[in-house]
Design a protein. Sequence first.
Length: 354
Amino acid sequence: MVCVKLGKDIMSYNTYYRRINRIWMTGILIFGTIFFVIQVKFNTSGRHWWNNKSITIILNNLNIPISNKHGTRYTSGFYSHLKKNINHSCAFPPDNLNGFEPLNRSVLSMASLINNFPFMKNGHYRPPKCTPVQKVAIIVPYRDRKDQLKVFLNNVIPKIHRQQLEFGIYLVQQVSGAAFNRGMLSNIGFVEAMSDMNYDCVVIHDVDILPEDDRNLYICTDNPIHMAVKVQQFDYQLPYEGFIGGVTTFSKAQYQEINGFSNLFFGWGGEDDDLYRRILYHDYKLIRPFEDFGICGSVLHKEALKSSDRRKYLSFSAETRRMDGLNNLTYNSLKKGKKPLFNYILVDIGQDND
Ligand SMILES: *[C@@H]1O[C@H](CO)[C@@H](O)[C@H](O)[C@H]1NC(C)=O
Ligand SMILES: *[C@@H]1O[C@H](CO)[C@@H](O)[C@H](O)[C@H]1NC(C)=O
Ligand SMILES: *[C@@H]1O[C@H](CO)[C@@H](O)[C@H](O)[C@H]1NC(C)=O
Ligand SMILES: *[C@@H]1O[C@H](CO)[C@@H](O)[C@H](O)[C@H]1NC(C)=O
């Protein structure tokens, strides 16, 4: 027998190779584990798409069919959150969705819209025969775009109706004068909607960016959801990774926790980038639907005045976000009312002082 000397041990070649093998195997195991951990971390710290892989794993574990006949799929967040709230109850996933449908761009009269949606009462709908999984407030910051509003109502109402949610629409209109302040109008919409009803979820919805696929659900989960992923006016792609404009959903608690939007952004743009920082600052991750579910049409308009001050506000948003938002909101509401298809709040939010 041939022997080798390894330190103090005398051993056979067989033992020697076995030991070397063991060292290799251990090494491979350790590096494999590290690699795996990095992969998992990388995947989960990236985008939270509703992807096939995560959905398959989760739905298998929950023993829920992976898709209904329209192929609707959801993330873990979705299900763990919704399961708590389901009390048999409206079908969930909703079972009469149409999938993708191009925007209907006809501008109908308000009278025919009201006529087409007789199930809406006082800007509100509740499924009559089942308990909806969530109560959702649709908040629309608005000014002087009557035709867009009509297109909005004609496209959005039937989609949420098919999703079997309880919902109310809140149009928050700013009187002319000061530059448009989308953030502050959204905060006002939140306060007004919550004082009207105890909603679970708010959707901040531009009047001119409209989902074209009803599998993109107007609903809230354990993280905010950005619904407007592929928007026509941005060539159907995300303009940048942190873009959260268009249509975004928050649970009541999430919106309160991040202190809503900043009130400081008068003029077009900036407030949504600041909002994204608030979301990250509170350790939330943005959830986005499958890209194809997130397709939205744009109802074109002349571009509003860009805010000249948006960089300035963004640069000190870290210090101000604790004091500036929902918790120091003051406004003067001039008029409030309930129309058949929406709640209406006219506000004077003063002038940008700079
Ligand atoms: C998900 O799976 C379906 C069919 O199983 C496939 O058609 C689709 O491309 C997949 N989507 C992604 C994002 O992988
Ligand atoms: C579910 O519905 C029943 C009957 O309407 C009601 O008594 C019960 O409180 C509900 N449960 C939950 C968790 O909402
Ligand atoms: C748009 O909607 C109206 C009202 O529902 C309908 O009468 C019209 O046919 C639709 N147009 C298209 C192109 O689908
Ligand atoms: C809210 O607080 C910010 C930061 O202190 C301030 O600039 C802003 O004017 C306040 N807004 C209102 C409506 O009081």
